[in-house]
Ligand binder design. Structure first.
Ligand SMILES: *Cc1c(COP(=O)(O)O)cnc(C)c1O
Length: 430
C-alpha cells in the first residue's frame, strides 16, 4: 500500500483558485464605519497593488508568476500527502486517514505560501520594506524569511505576551535579518499611547496590526502585509488544497471529511476551498470541519460587520466575530487566537457548508491526541495543527464505533520544533 504521494516540480500548480465567483451568493464587501475617515479609500496606501486587485478579483483562476513558482520550489513545494496507515492501525478504525504536510516548511508553517507571494509582488512594485504584526510568531517568521530571500527589509510587531517567552523564534526572525519589536512598542504613535501607560502591556494581535499599519503608512518605501483573513491570502494558500486534490487522484481516493484548524482561516481555506469548489460546482458531498479553541471560537460568534484590528484602522468586514476588543485567554496554540474569521469562510459557514468544533482551553485533550499521532506517524505538529490532528482522530474514532469507512483528509499546517515547551507544560512531561 502506498503511504505517501508527492508531485514533481513540473506538476506544481501554476494557478491559484479564487472561490469568489463560485460562492453560493455574492461575498459581502468591506465597508466603512459610519464615523471617521474612509478606511476603504486608504487601502491603496496600505496594501500591495496586486494583492488589492486579487482581493476583489472575479476571475476563478489566477496565474502564479514564474518568479513565485521559483520561490515555491526553493521553499520545498510541492509537499507530500501521507496516508496515515500506522495511525489507522493504532486507532483500530476502518476510516482511511490522509494528511497534508505543510510542516515541510523552512520556517515551520504554511504561512510562507502567501509571504513569498506578497514579498515578490512588493518587490515588483518597488517597495524596499515590509511591515507586519505577529501573534504566535509563525507569520512574523514566514514574512522575515520571504523578505530575506526576495531582498526586502522586514519589521515585525510582536504581541508582547508571546515575544517575552518565545526566545528561539525571536532569534530565528533576527537570524533572517528582521527588526522585531514587542507590541505595544514605543515605535508608533498608537503603540506609544499604550506603552507609556504600561511598558509591560501584554498586547494583542489587534494592537500589533494597528502598529504594523501605522509604521508602513509613515514610510512611502514600506508596505503592510497580512498573513490571514483576507481573500487574497486564502487564495495564495489554495496551492495546498490544489496539490492535495492531484495527490488524491494518484491515491485513487477522495475525501468524505476535510479538516483543518482555524484561526483567521488561511490554512483551512487553502486546504478546503479547492474541495469546496467541487461541492459547489460538481455536486460532491464533503463534510468540512474547522477545529478551534474555546479561547477563540470565532465561528460561533456573530455574523456581522466588525473591524479586523483593535485600533479600527481597517475597513469593517462581514465575518463571524467575537468582537474586535474582546479579551481572549492565552493558549499554546496562539495562532488560533483571533477574534474574527475570514469573510469567505464566514459566508460558507453562514450557508451551512462548514461545521466547527472548539476544544477546551487547557489543551490537554488536544495535545494528548497530537501525542498519539506523533507516536504513530512520527511527525511533531505545531500546537495549532494539533487541533486539526485531534479533530481527525475524533472523527476516526467515530468511524470505529459506527463501522463507517470514511475517508478523512486533514491538514498539518506546521511543525512544532520550536513549541516543545508548550507540549511539555501542558502534558507535564520532562
Ligand atoms: C498562523 C497559523 C495558524 C492559524 O492561522 P490560519 O490563518 O487560520 O491558518 C494555524 N497553524 C499554524 C502552524 C500557523 O502558523
Amino acid at each position: 500500500m502506498k503511504n505517501m504521494v508527492n508531485l514533481n516540480f513540473d506538476e506544481l500548480q501554476v494557478q491559484w483558485y479564487n472561490i469568489i465567483p463560485d460562492l453560493p451568493e455574492p461575498l459581502p464587501q468591506p465597508m466603512d464605519p459610519k464615523e471617521g475617515p474612509s478606511r476603504l479609500q486608504n487601502l491603496p496606501n496600505l496594501m500591495i497593488g496586486e494583492c488589492l486587485n486579487q482581493e476583489f478579483s472575479n476571475k476563478t483562476w489566477i496565474d502564479i508568476p514564474g518568479g513565485i513558482l521559483d520561490l515555491y520550489s526553493r521553499a520545498g513545494r510541492p509537499r507530500p500527502l501521507f496516508r496515515a496507515t500506522s495511525l489507522e492501525k493504532k486507532l483500530d478504525t476502518p476510516a482511511r486517514l490522509y494528511y497534508k504536510s505543510e510542516f515541510f516548511s523552512p520556517t515551520g508553517s504554511h504561512k510562507v505560501n502567501t509571504a513569498l507571494a506578497q514579498c515578490w509582488y512588493a518587490k515588483q512594485q518597488g517597495f524596499e520594506r515590509v511591515t507586519t504584526e505577529t501573534g504566535a510568531g509563525q507569520w512574523g517568521t514566514a514574512l522575515s524569511y520571504a523578505a530575506a530571500i526576495t531582498g526586502l527589509k522586514c519589521t515585525v510587531f510582536w504581541v508582547r505576551s508571546v515575544y517575552n517567552w518565545k526566545k528561539d523564534r525571536l532569534s530565528f526572525m533576527k537570524l533572517l535579518g528582521a527588526d522585531v519589536f514587542a507590541s505595544p512598542s514605543p515605535m508608533t504613535e498608537f503603540g506609544r499611547s499604550l506603552y507609556e501607560k504600561n511598558p509591560e502591556h501584554v498586547g494583542s494581535l489587534g494592537i500589533a496590526i494597528s502598529e504594523g499599519m501605522e509604521d508602513s503608512q509613515k514610510d512611502p518605501k514600506a508596505t503592510y502585509c497580512l498573513g490571514s483573513v483576507l481573500n487574497h491570502v486564502l487564495m495564495h494558500q489554495t496551492i495546498i488544497g490544489l496539490e492535495t486534490k492531484k495527490q488524491f487522484e494518484i491515491f485513487d481516493d477522495y475525501p468524505d471529511i476535510v479538516i483543518s484548524c482555524l484561526g483567521g482561516g488561511s490554512n483551512f481555506g487553502g486546504f478546503a476551498l479547492p474541495f469546496m469548489g467541487d461541492v459547489l460546482k460538481k455536486g460532491k458531498k464533503i463534510k468540512f470541519i474547522a477545529a478551534q479553541s474555546q479561547a477563540a471560537p470565532n465561528l460561533q460568534g456573530n455574523y456581522e460587520y466588525d473591524f479586523a484590528d483593535y485600533a479600527e484602522i481597517t475597513p469593517m468586514l462581514k465575518m463571524y466575530t467575537l468582537g474586535h476588543k474582546v479579551d481572549m485567554e492565552p493558549i499554546k496554540g496562539d495562532g488560533l487566537r483571533y477574534h474574527g474569521s475570514s469573510p469567505i469562510i464566514s459566508l460558507l459557514r453562514h450557508k451551512g457548508l462548514i461545521d466547527t468544533v472548539a476544544y477546551p482551553i487547557d489543551e490537554k485533550y488536544v495535545f494528548e491526541k497530537a501525542k498519539i499521532f506523533m507516536e504513530a506517524e512520527g511527525w511533531l505538529p505545531a500546537p495549532e495543527s494539533a487541533y486539526s490532528v485531534c479533530c481527525a482522530i475524533d472523527e476516526a474514532i467515530k468511524c470505529r464505533e459506527s463501522g463507517e469507512k470514511k475517508v478523512i483528509a486533514f491538514n498539518i499546517s506546521g511543525h512544532g520544533f520550536l513549541d516543545i515547551y508548550g507540549y511539555r507544560t501542558i502534558l507535564g512531561i520532562e
